[in-house]
Design a protein around this ligand. Structure first.
Ligand SMILES: NC(=O)c1ccc[n+]([C@@H]2O[C@H](COP(=O)([O-])OP(=O)(O)OC[C@H]3O[C@@H](n4cnc5c(N)ncnc54)[C@H](O)[C@@H]3O)[C@@H](O)[C@H]2O)c1
Length: 261
């Protein structure tokens, strides 16, 4: 669909499952090379192996905590060593911590900040340093969420970080545009992944009722938007957040919601 994705080297964090995995597969299918990161060494290995079987020699695992700056540096050095360059950095890893505001602990708050903000900020910084040095431009994608736009119960800390990522994408236009590096955020709505399936027994059913488009989102929906933002077709699109939620954030509650169905 996007010929420019061919031969491009990507690093995707939190890609052992869910949206990140689907994006990794799509980029490999488009002819790219991928370093697939996950905090679970078993999952990183197994997922990269499954993709390597389909796209030999173009997908390598890297296990480690994407919130750690030391891990980010080692992961980027590994990418350069193995694939020689870096075109796309995708800060996909995120920690979702539900909890009542009145009981939320400083420990949990720090954990959410560590992965969602520190990880995304320093992956962007370190990846952009490489892209600036190579003088070939580049793409940074941040994984935000609709909860960074609309209130969602028991997700205050998480939502704050997801809103911050949208501002990060806007603010860093100033730093990155001179080097032809674009930075955008994607804000998925309810998306059916291994994790969200566990959150609620009928996740797809519930969200198909709550979503104007009448169905839950899939990792492929989010991936399609990511592919556009990573492609040459999006070379003039930067500082934006693209929402992929079937219209959930577009509508507020209305008096009609009070009527019996
Ligand atoms: N699924 C959704 O409904 C949804 C909605 C909005 C936003 N998002 C965001 O999309 C991103 C991906 O979500 P998902 O639901 O596809 O995946 P997920 O939350 O299930 O996690 C995917 C992978 O990330 C790994 N991971 C977790 N912490 C990590 C860390 N510190 N370092 C490296 N890997 C780590 C996990 O082991 C897992 O295999 C997240 O940032 C999430 O906040 C998801």
């Amino acid at each position: 669909m996007y010929p420019s994705l061919k031969n491009k080297v990507s690093l995707i964090t939190g890609a052992g499952a869910g949206i990140g995995y689907t994006l990794a597969e799509a980029l490999l299918k488009a002819g790219g090379k991928v370093v697939l990161n996950d905090i679970s060494p078993g999952l990183a290995r197994a997922s990269a192996k499954a993709l390597d079987a389909k796209y030999p020699g173009r997908c390598l695992p890297f296990a480690g905590d994407a919130g750690s700056v030391a891990v980010i540096d080692t992961m980027l050095a590994f990418t350069l060593e193995e694939f020689g360059t870096l075109d796309f950095a995708v800060a996909n890893a995120g920690l979702t911590k539900f909890g009542d505001f009145f009981d939320f602990t400083p420990e949990d708050f720090q954990k959410v900040l560590h992965v969602n903000l520190q990880g995304s900020f320093f992956l962007t910084q370190r990846a952009a340093q490489i892209m600036r040095k190579h003088q070939r431009g580049g793409r940074v994608l941040l994984m935000s969420s609709v909860t960074g736009i609309q209130c969602f119960p028991d997700l205050s800390a998480y939502s704050m970080t997801k809103a911050a990522l949208q501002m990060m994408a806007r603010n860093l236009v100033l730093a990155l545009a001179p080097y032809k590096i674009t930075i955008n955020a994607v804000a998925p709505g309810a998306t059916l992944t291994e994790r969200t399936r566990e959150e609620e027994p009928d996740y797809a059913g519930t969200w198909s009722i709550l979503t104007p488009m009448g169905r839950v989102g899939t990792p492929a929906d989010v991936t399609n938007t990511c592919l556009f933002l990573l492609s040459d077709q999006a070379s003039h699109t930067t500082g934006q957040t693209l929402v992929v939620d079937g219209g959930w954030t577009a509508v507020g509650r209305s008096p009609k919601d009070l009527e019996p169905r």
